[in-house]
Design a protein around this ligand. Structure first.
Ligand code: HEC
Length: 733
């Protein structure tokens, strides 16, 4: 086989189709016609390609599509109206990747890239296009940046259902109401420091990363009346992004690097944007976007950051952060702080490892980068058991950081190492440790310079994929009589550490009680004592709680600063680490393979929401249920806590007792972080669902009785208290 066996996502075809929707809905509607064609150069191909393509066609396609493209028993014609409607006005890459990945159906790999180009040239000529002197190229850029021109169908085929309005009809009145985009104001730093109660401007609403809203219209007394306000199907795929809300507009990111702006009251589409991804890039999940000034910052699946105009969805700048081909990726979303867009990168096993990058929010230019794996010869560089840089991996960033404007520090966390075998047997040389900095670490960075102010490693030599990579919550708590600013975070163990935000000095820990890895914590330094029974590398099996899916995972906890209550979504589960056969490293290289398993004492309930008062450090309530938790937590000044789970329920709990006050079952698994927002004095609850998100996929084997729809089912659901009358779409207001 001569060609690369790169799989092209079928969704590229759909993605190309989405580009064609254009951006502003009301603009399209005013023009009344089909969306404006793409303004891209037209495809070119040579006569030689057509000749070769005719042969490829005869050998590999004619049996089904007919000797003269006329169609056969199972196929329609490949020339004329149908072909024109399918591919006219689309990117060449859409047709190319369709043929390349699906034709001939029995074995698409049978024909090579150049042959796909040839057969496509042949089809284009058969549909009326003329060959020229430039060949049809097969590289991503050419495929994505050229289009097949609209192939005009005969007029009698355009008339009728779905066709244009009769040229003889009078021009009707416009039914479009005012757009809430007209009232969208810039998001200043002052606004971010003190956001309007109805807005949700950052991943966790504020720089403190709390997932707390001061809205209280929906409260303990009336939450039971919540009902559907509107819903919206999202582009399909694993959708985990938390929507953002500003001035009544909800901005939602979805899989395939797409963004839609919707009227928060009515659900009307205001604009939409689809990033042009190279054809061989599989889109990756994103957890959030950020807003600063007039811009919405969107990380892409090929390592770009794009800034969109909040009001129009038009690209203001597009900055390539790095090469996506090496294994670097963006799953976390950006943090906007002090004129910088700060984005953490994840990397599987990339020499040099991942980094945190800051871009100038106005221009997209890179301001600084901080590598999360300590370099040999630099501070922390001697913590990698003596291995060179290209053997050090991990320390990925999976969620956005938090920011304290008074200290001018950004707090961001990292995950474990991927190659645990590197650290498992200490080399025992003086001056060399196997801690693996900066894995499982809180980093405090100056946003202006990227300089490390302090760090705290929560779990050195992490052999279990326990990822201290999640939200860094900022809060004031009394410590030795004074109110101290703290950074609070936990990894997958559900073992929280609180640090002094100014210095990184250890303050206290709180264990949620679902782990068996740490047996003791030094009250002064926070150093953790590891249970010898879970340490791998001895060739034996070990039972460890939790497993790498997490007692808790990226789905963040929420904290109410008024009540000092912290709410954490968890899943009670463990793993067996089993050494694999010789020659195979296993999915945790130091330990072998991990297999998910219930806790030894499990009663079958896996989902667990735990509420802890961080003032007293006592657990106030715990709600346990069969279904694993799948969303981040939301808490509000209405005395409520919201969370969703694998059984497709979204629930509201009494924040002080844990009593379920409202629940409703959704079409798919709630998969991001629920939020509340307010428009014109009315409070709304929003939640994204998708059966393809990571939390929805991790637990299936443990709960085979919880069966969800097979389709991805991505959608946005909006709930509110009942109105007096029906809420009308602005289009008919
Ligand atoms: C075994 C039968 C079979 C073979 C061989 C085959 N196809 Fe198809 N093809 C289909 C079927 C079935 C469809 C879907 C029905 C339709 O759209 O006509 C299809 C659809 C298509 C379409 C989309 C229809 C449209 O109007 O645009 C294109 C393009 C296409 N095939 C190209 C090719 C090319 C090029 C080859 C040879 C490399 C090929 N096919 C080989 C069965 C086949």
């Amino acid at each position: 086989m001569t060609r690369k066996t790169v799989l092209i996502p079928a969704c590229y075809v759909g993605l190309a189709a989405l580009f064609l929707l254009g951006s502003a809905r009301h603009v399209q509607a005013q023009e009344g016609g089909p969306p404006a064609p793409l303004n891209l150069p037209t495809v070119s191909f040579t006569a030689a390609q057509v000749t070769q393509g005719r042969q490829v066609y005869a050998a590999s396609c004619a049996s089904c599509h007919g000797q003269n493209l006329e169609g056969g028993d199972t196929t329609g014609p490949l020339k004329g109206d149908a072909f024109g409607q399918n591919w006219g006005g689309k990117r060449v890459g859409a047709a190319f990747s369709f043929i390349r990945t699906t034709m001939p159906p029995a074995d698409p790999l049978l024909i090579s890239d150049p042959e796909v180009a040839q057969v496509l040239a042949y089809l284009l000529q058969a549909n009326g296009l003329q060959p020229g002197d430039k060949p049809l190229l097969t590289d991503n850029d050419a495929l994505a940046s050229t289009m097949i021109p609209r192939i005009a169908p005969p007029p009698e085929l355009v008339a009728g259902a779905g066709g244009p309005i009769s040229p003889r009809a009078p021009k009707g009145p416009s039914f479009l109401g005012p757009s809430p985009l007209d009232k969208v104001t810039p998001v200043t730093d002052a606004l971010l420091k003190n956001p309007p109660a109805g807005d949700w401007l950052l991943w966790r609403r504020t720089w403190e990363d709390l997932g707390f809203s001061p809205l209280k219209q929906i409260d303990k007394g009336n939450v039971g009346d919540l009902r559907l306000a509107w819903a919206w199907t999202l582009p399909q795929g694993p959708n985990e992004a938390t929507p953002l809300v500003h001035d009544g507009v909800i901005f939602v990111h979805s899989f395939g690097d797409r963004v839609q702006a919707l009227d928060g009251v009515t659900g009307d589409l205001l604009w939409q944007y689809a990033y042009k991804l190279p054809v061989n890039v599989r889109p990756t999940v994103k957890r959030n976007m950020a807003i600063g000034g007039n811009l919405l910052f969107v990380p892409t699946s090929d390592m770009h950051m794009v800034a969109l105009d909040l009001k129009t969805g038009k690209v203001v700048w597009d900055h390539r952060v790095d090469d996506y081909k090496g294994g670097l990726g963006m799953t976390a979303g950006p943090l906007y702080a002090k004129g910088k867009v700060i984005q953490g990168i994840a990397a599987a096993r990339v020499p040099g490892g991942p980094f945190i990058v800051a871009l100038d929010a106005k221009t997209g230019e890179e301001a600084w980068r901080f590598y999360t794996i300590a370099r040999p010869g630099e501070p922390g560089g001697n913590t990698w058991n003596g291995v060179p840089l290209d053997k050090r991996s991990g320390a990925s960033v999976w969620t956005a950081g938090s920011y304290d404007p008074d200290l001018n520090l950004v707090f961001i966390g990292t995950g474990q190492t991927y190659d645990t075998a590197t650290l498992v047997h200490p080399v025992n040389q003086p001056g060399i440790t196997n801690d693996g900095l900066y894995t499982d670490t809180t980093l405090a960075l100056n946003p202006d310079t990227g300089k490390l102010a302090w760090y705290f490693q929560h779990l050195p030599d992490d052999q279990w994929d326990l990822d201290y990579a999640f939200e860094r919550e900022l809060m004031k708590l009394p410590v030795n009589g004074t109110n101290q600013e703290l950074v609070v975070t936990s990894g997958k163990m559900g073992l929280y550490d609180a640090l002094d935000a100014a210095t990184g000095k250890y303050v206290f820990s709180k264990d949620m009680g679902i782990q068996n890895v740490v047996t003791a914590i030094d009250p002064k330094t926070g150093a953790k004592t590891i249970n010898p029974a879970v340490y791998p590398g001895d060739g034996k099996a070990h039972m460890v709680c939790p497993h790498p899916g997490g007692g808790r995972n990226w789905i963040p906890s929420a904290y109410n600063p008024d009540t000092k209550m912290l709410y954490t979504p968890m899943v009670e589960s463990c793993m067996d680490l089993i050494p694999p056969g010789p020659g195979y490293p296993g999915n945790l290289t130091g330990a072998g393979n991990w297999y998910v398993r219930p806790r030894p004492d499990s009663d079958g309930k896996l989902g667990r929401v735990q509420a802890v008062n961080l003032g007293t450090k006592q657990t106030t309530w715990t709600d346990r249920q069969r279904a694993p938790q799948t969303t981040g937590m939301l808490t509000t000044a209405g005395g409520l806590v919201f969370a969703g789970s694998l059984d497709r329920y979204i629930r509201a709990y009494d924040d002080m007792t844990g009593k379920t006050l409202w629940e409703t079952r959704l079409s798919a698994v709630p998969s991001s972080c629920p939020i509340v927002y307010g428009v014109n004095g009315k409070e709304y609850l929003a939640v994204v669902v998708s059966n393809a998100g990571s939390q929805a996929g991790t637990w299936r084997q443990l709960v085979p009785d919880i069966i969800n729809p097979e389709d991805e089912g991505s959608a946005l659901w909006i709930f509110a208290l009942p109105d007096k009358g029906p809420v009308k779409s602005s289009a008919v207001r």
